[in-house]
Design a protein around this ligand. Structure first.
Ligand SMILES: NC(=O)c1ccc[n+]([C@@H]2O[C@H](COP(=O)([O-])OP(=O)(O)OC[C@H]3O[C@@H](n4cnc5c(N)ncnc54)[C@H](OP(=O)(O)O)[C@@H]3O)[C@@H](O)[C@H]2O)c1
Length: 331
């Protein structure tokens, strides 16, 4: 099968799309024919082994796992002997364990992993939004977001940000989105009640107060956003921040029991993907697709994602044609 392979850590130049042996499912695994996947920030970090401390897990000098790819959508090709949840032909989507394997024509996944049947009436390339939605949901759950709450989402045009706006609206909160000028309409369209252009005004000086502030793109800080927080307000960021300050602040908040800064640990499971499936089906959540690349051009997708300027997600069309189809093997 064709796959994007990284034999060493480094830039997108270290990726090669070539033939590798087809993985065979273990007894508890399903083999999925991938129609669509994405290149996201998880992939770009894994390609470069960033941050450095991931290397004891991912391989000290060279990557142990050589095919990246977290989000996937496709059809079940074959199943292991003990598999009961899925049968060949099922249309499925979700996240690969550890973020490995989806940048290939076939991937094997444990049947009890973060996988669900596709939402009705959606194409494969429309549902590979799980990475951003997973992170966004993790923060909103950690906040305990509910009707009556107010939240400011900074960087609402990225993968996490576009999902966070939609999910925060689903949870019933009043949402203020902070984006650059080109994304003002997009943020409003996704449901934001108020939209601030960070290139035209200093959003930290608006005078408004929020229950929660989420830095969805890792480009502001707790100290900058502190004037926006109510006395009981909580801040979270999707990145470590300068000198890993967001981890330090979260630890300090935990020790002092102020709860002012939180830094949750991501864990994906089947319930999460089934929840996302239901939201997609109910038109509460949709992918914002910036660009689409073929598998052969995946290095260019990495280069684009590394600019940190993408809008929503960048899709890899692994099986051009079918990934855009609604009609492959209804499950
Ligand atoms: N370590 C990991 O494995 C991992 C995994 C997932 C996510 N993350 C972190 O999560 C964060 C978000 O990821 P993502 O995939 O959602 O990001 P993303 O999609 O790459 O975010 C890009 C978007 O952010 C906007 N943006 C860039 N600079 C901005 C700024 N200064 N202020 C406001 N908006 C800005 C860009 O538009 P404009 O530039 O035009 O404003 C663009 O629309 C990142 O910090 C990433 O490192 C880390």
């Amino acid at each position: 099968m064709r796959a994007s392979v990284n034999e060493r850590y480094g830039s997108p130049d270290s990726l090669a799309v070539r033939d590798i042996p087809t993985p065979q499912p273990a007894d508890d695994e399903i083999q999925v024919k991938v129609y669509a996947t994405t290149v996201g920030r998880t992939d770009t970090c894994a390609l470069r082994a960033h941050p450095f401390f991931v290397r004891p897990v991912t391989g000290l000098l060279r990557p142990k796992r050589k095919v990246l790819g977290l989000d996937f959508a496709g059809t079940v090709e074959s199943v292991g002997l003990s598999v009961t949840r899925f049968t060949p032909g099922d249309r499925v989507f979700g996240l690969t364990p550890g973020g490995y394997g989806a940048h290939a024509e076939l991937v094997c996944l444990p049947e009890d992993g973060p996988i669900a049947r596709m939402p009705e009436g959606r194409r494969f390339d429309e549902v590979v939004l799980c990475e951003g939605a997973w992170y966004a949901n993790m923060y909103l759950k950690k906040f305990g977001l509910q009707p009556g709450h107010s939240i400011l989402i900074y960087g609402a045009s990225g993968a996490i940000g576009t999902a966070a706006v939609q999910l925060a609206k689903f949870y019933g909160a009043a949402v203020t989105a902070v984006v650059a000028t080109p994304y003002l309409d997009l943020a409003a369209d996704l449901g934001a009640d108020d939209v601030i252009d960070y290139t035209a005004t200093d959003f930290t000086q608006s005078g408004a107060l929020y229950d929660f502030v989420l830095d969805a793109v890792g480009k502001t800080s707790y100290f900058a956003c502190r004037p926006l927080l109510k006395p009981t307000g909580v801040f979270a960021a999707t990145d470590l921040g300068p000198w890993w300050q967001n981890i330090v602040l979260a630890l300090w908040s935990s020790i002092t029991r102020s709860g002012r800064v939180v830094f949750p640990t991501p864990r994906a499971n089947r319930a999460l993907v089934e929840f996302l499936r239901d939201l997609i089906e109910a038109n509460e959540l949709r992918a914002v697709v910036d660009r689409t690349y073929s598998l052969e051009d995946i290095a260019d997708a990495y280069r684009y994602v590394e600019t940190q300027r993408k809008t929503g997600i960048v899709v890899i069309d692994v099986a051009p044609g079918p990934s855009k189809s609604y009609a492959i093997q209804p499950s």
